[in-house]
Ligand binder design. Structure first.
Ligand SMILES: CC(C)(COP(=O)(O)OP(=O)(O)OC[C@H]1O[C@@H](n2cnc3c(N)ncnc32)[C@H](O)[C@@H]1OP(=O)(O)O)[C@@H](O)C(=O)NCCC(=O)NCCS
Length: 207
């Protein structure tokens, strides 16, 4: 797969505000959209890692995906990612991949299984200056909508620390128990969510 390929979202979801119309007789100005939601590419990896560095490394000493892993997954499965850009700057992101077993295992930390039907949500983070403004929630709902349009995806799964379980439950994720994956001394809960509701809406809307 070309690392140059981009996966724009459907028009109504990709841009919240239209660009200012061009004034007659004036040279076109290339303004960046106020808000843009799109799948990430390997070229976005440095911006993703910059957010991760502050969100995870400065707090936990580790992070879900290091720079080369970000590039790896954004090359293998960019369609399972989403970034929120404000005037061209990345403010929040989600990176996923596919998994093919009922539960997450230590192996799922490094593998993308293209034949799988479960979207493994590996990392979600909002730039620290934009937290607590509802951005994480908006991005998650948009991402779930985007996943629901992918016929291969029947389920979504993630792991998180205890404190974030209620946050993910608001998106329909169900706690399935302790996760088999540990990072150093950190332990996590595993949550799952069926994507059938999104899929049936897709079928009923005929899109
Ligand atoms: C977790 C995160 C993605 C949430 O994004 P956000 O834009 O700050 O969240 P929102 O403003 O949409 O908040 C939604 C709700 O989640 C709650 N919430 C947000 N972050 C939380 C946290 N770290 N612990 C517990 N609850 C949290 C909020 O209190 C809010 O609840 P409310 O509506 O009852 O007030 C963001 O805080 C972040 O990037 N954190 C650092 C990285 C991280 O921990 N990522 C998740 C890894 S599993």
């Amino acid at each position: 797969m070309s690392t140059q390929s981009t996966y724009p979202l459907e028009p109504e979801a990709s841009q919240l505000q239209p660009e200012t119309p061009k004034a007659p007789g004036r040279q076109r100005r290339h303004t960046l959209p106020a808000n843009e939601f799109r799948c990430l590419t390997p070229e976005d990896a440095a911006s993703v890692f910059e957010i991760e560095r502050e969100a995870f490394i400065s707090v936990l000493g580790i992070c879900p995906l290091y720079l080369e892993e970000i590039k790896h997954f954004l090359t293998l499965c960019p369609e399972l990612s989403m970034g929120w850009f404000q005037e061209g700057r990345l403010v929040a992101f989600i990176i996923g991949s596919l998994w093919d077993q009922e539960r997450l295992t230590q192996e799922s930390m490094t593998l993308h299984r293209p034949g799988g039907h479960t979207a493994h949500l590996r990392a979600l983070a909002v730039h620290h200056t934009f937290r607590g403004q509802g951005k994480g929630s908006i991005l998650m709902w948009r991402f779930l909508h985007h996943l629901g349009r992918q016929p291969a995806v029947r389920r979504a799964v993630l792991m998180c620390e205890d404190a974030l379980v209620p946050f993910y439950q608001t998106f329909g994720f169900r706690l399935v128990g302790p996760c088999a994956i540990t990072l150093g001394s950190l332990t996590f809960k595993e949550l799952q969510r069926s994507m059938w509701d999104h899929a049936s809406r897709r079928r009923n809307s005929g899109s």
